[in-house]
Write a protein of this length. Sequence first.
Length: 103
Amino acid sequence: MTDYEKHLQSAAWREIRQRALSAAGHRCLLCASTEELEAHHRTYENLGNEREGDLTVLCRECHEVVTSMLRARRYANRPASYADIVRSIAEATPLFDPTDGEV
């Protein structure tokens, strides 16, 4: 179990999360849903000692969208090296069935 996973199971996290939910009026910041609310870390710099503003309350769906967008942006800003491309091709599942058409 990582330090992050341990933190998310702690009483301190439950308190921090509850404060963020209360401050957000128990609504998703993006779509105003009150269902399946999660606390999105805007930064991990203060992990374990989160400050006001480190968390944003989002519903599960919006959290997935935001996280996917941030990951895509992070990786788009990091050009793939030739070695990364070759490794990904070598490790990838074939794009076609090599036995297709054989009798």
